[in-house]
Structure formats: structure tokens, C-alpha cells
Design a protein around this ligand. Structure first.
Ligand SMILES: NC(=O)c1ccc[n+]([C@@H]2O[C@H](COP(=O)([O-])OP(=O)(O)OC[C@H]3O[C@@H](n4cnc5c(N)ncnc54)[C@H](OP(=O)(O)O)[C@@H]3O)[C@@H](O)[C@H]2O)c1
Length: 304
């Protein structure tokens, strides 16, 4: 284990992310020094803290580079969140999505209150949390998803509009919704939605490339980038330098975690499986059509 003065956590719940499936398929290697066991986030209780900041038994959540499906995990002390009084499933489901949403919207895009943000793949684990984070930051989220089945729930989470990307008039629907274009696209899908995203970006817009399940190659007229002063940014939360990841978790702890504790930001749990059934959990995620997060539990009662 790379961490030498970490916080050892007895894991009670682990968030499932697309990256776990990619890692197990050999397409997304953990950074050097990280465990081969998947899992980017977990909740549990402190067993031992070399730094002495956390008492034994303290309920915590952690952002991890890997290893979150394990029974015991050693976490970077700078990547721990206080989960006292929180449902462990919530605490396990939130760190990666909050970190991704915050880093992209605030860290990369410098989002300002009142700006519109188009969230593609808004039904996903990251997406449905990002919609709520946008509201918390005073932004105006528009959700883009495949189909219409999630409209009501995404509006309840704070989306001002929901666009069905499979509809032939998705572009017109979006321009009726945001006649001047959107300020920010938080793109969790990639190429498959670029035909919707690109024309919708207004002057000075930021296009945040986060997920690529919808393909990696797009055609781009660079004149648009100059004329509309577009900024395109991408990153992988897991691969950011450790100090940046610690800064993100500190910002979450201050700016977003209180909203999560107060129930204003809630992970919708689409399925909870005992860790022994992680294959089924992964099949559930891989099937698509999930609204929210899937979590693994360690010796807790299962819910579906
Ligand atoms: N760069 C980073 O730092 C970072 C961090 C976290 C996550 N991610 C990425 O963010 C994405 C979301 O991750 P997740 O674990 O929350 O959930 P996930 O299950 O991977 O979510 C995938 C989302 O993409 C949509 N999608 C897939 N193919 C599509 C297509 N061809 N056209 C339109 N939509 C499509 C899915 O819609 P359906 O439900 O309709 O299939 C779903 O909303 C993943 O790609 C993940 O790798 C990146």
C-alpha cells in the first residue's frame, strides 16, 4: 500500500462506479501503488488512524484510488469525510460523484451562479448527483438522458428541463429551453451526444469531457472554438495528483457535504447488493437504464 500514514477503515458499504467494470475488464488500470481490488469510494468505521485525527469507531466516508470493495481499506488521511449520523449507503455512494461534479464545475469551469449547465447522462450515478450539485451551487441544470422515463425524478432532483437525446427534435427542444445556449456542458457520455452539445454551447462556454461510453471521436470545426471562445477540458478524478484530490475533498467537506448530511443532496440507490454478489451488481450497472447509484454492502441487509 502506497499510503504510509493512512486511516484504516473497516468497510460497511462501497459505491460501484463504471470505472470498476472497466478496471476488471483490464481497460482502466489503477494508478501505480494502488490495490488491484476495485472500488473508488467507501463508507465504514475507523479501525486505526496513524495521524490520530479520527477516533477508533468513527464513521467515515473515503475517496479512494482503488480497493474500496475490500473488507479493510487504508485511505489517504486527506481524502476522508465525516459520516457520523449518515446512512452508510449514502456515505459510500457520494464521494466519487461529488468529487467529479465539484472538480469539473468549480475546479475546471469556474461555474458562476445563474449559469446554465447541460448534464449529459444525467440519470447516471455521477449525473444525478451533478444535477443536485448544480442546484446547490446556484446553477441551472438541464438534464439530457436517453428516453423520457426519468423526467419526473430528474425534475424533482432540480433539473429545470429534461431533454431526450434519442428524440429527433432534441436539438430544437434544447434551444427552446436555453435560447442563448448553455454556459457549461458536463458531458458524461462523449461522442454520441456531441451533435447535441456542440451547437448548444454559447459564447464563453465550457465543455467538460468526463465520460466516454458514447464514443471517443468527434468532428470539431475549430472556427467554432475561436468564434465562441469555447474551452474544452477533460480529466480523470482518480489520476489527479494527490494534493489536488485532497483539495477537492476539502472543498467538498466544506461546500457540499453539509448539503448531503442535511439531505439536500441524496444518492438515489438503484440497487444494493452484498459484496459477495458484486457480479450481479456489475451486471445491473452494465445493463444501463439505471437512475442513480449501485452500492455493495458488507454484512448489512440487502435492498433492491
Ligand atoms: N473523468 C472522471 O473523472 C470520471 C469520474 C467518474 C465517472 N466518470 C465517467 O462518467 C460516466 C458516468 O459514470 P457512472 O459510474 O456514474 O455511471 P454509468 O453507468 O457509467 O453511466 C453511463 C451513462 O452514460 C449513458 N450512455 C452510455 N452510452 C450512451 C450513448 N451511446 N448515448 C447516450 N447516453 C449514453 C448512460 O445512459 P443509459 O442509462 O441510457 O444507458 C448513463 O447515463 C462514465 O462514463 C464514467 O466512466 C468519469
Amino acid at each position: 500500500v502506497a499510503v504510509v500514514s493512512g486511516v484504516r477503515i473497516a468497510v460497511s458499504a462501497s459505491g460501484v462506479n463504471r470505472a470498476d467494470l472497466l478496471q476488471l475488464a483490464g481497460d482502466y488500470r489503477p494508478p501505480p501503488g494502488e490495490s488491484a481490488v476495485p472500488g473508488l469510494e467507501c463508507a465504514g468505521t475507523v479501525q486505526e488512524d496513524a495521524g490520530g485525527a479520527w477516533a477508533g469507531g468513527a464513521p467515515v466516508a473515503a475517496l479512494l484510488g482503488s480497493g474500496g470493495y475490500g473488507t479493510i481499506v487504508e485511505a489517504d488521511p486527506g481524502l476522508i469525510l465525516d459520516a457520523s449520523g449518515m446512512d452508510p449507503l449514502q456515505a459510500a455512494a457520494l464521494p466519487e460523484a461529488l468529487g467529479t461534479a465539484w472538480w469539473n464545475l468549480v475546479g475546471l469551469a469556474d461555474a458562476q451562479p445563474g449559469e446554465t449547465v447541460l448534464v449529459t447522462g444525467a440519470n447516471s450515478g455521477v449525473g444525478h448527483i451533478a444535477v443536485q450539485v448544480a442546484v446547490e451551487l446556484g446553477l441551472r441544470p438541464i438534464a439530457a438522458v436517453r428516453g423520457t422515463r426519468w423526467d419526473e425524478e430528474l425534475r424533482a432532483l432540480g433539473a429545470e428541463h429534461v431533454v431526450d437525446v434519442t428524440s429527433s427534435d432534441a436539438g430544437q427542444a434544447l434551444s427552446r429551453t436555453a435560447p442563448e445556449g448553455v454556459d457549461i456542458a458536463l458531458d458524461l457520455v462523449g461522442a454520441a451526444v456531441s451533435g447535441l452539445v456542440m451547437p448548444a454551447l454559447r459564447t464563453d462556454a465550457r465543455w467538460l469531457v468526463v465520460g466516454l461510453l458514447g464514443g471517443t471521436s468527434v468532428e470539431l470545426d475549430l472556427r467554432d472554438v475561436i468564434r465562441r471562445r469555447l474551452r474544452i477540458a477533460g480529466s480523470s478524478l482518480r489520476s489527479l495528483p494527490a494534493p489536488t484530490r485532497r483539495r477537492i475533498v476539502a472543498a467538498i467537506a466544506e461546500g457540499l457535504w453539509p448539503a448531503a448530511r442535511a439531505g439536500r443532496i441524496v444518492a438515489r440507490i438503484d440497487g444494493a447488493y452484498d459484496v459477495g454478489r458484486q457480479q450481479e451488481a456489475h451486471e445491473h450497472l452494465a445493463r444501463g437504464g439505471v437512475l442513480g447509484k449501485i452500492v455493495l454492502t458488507h454484512g448489512m441487509e440487502e435492498q433492491r
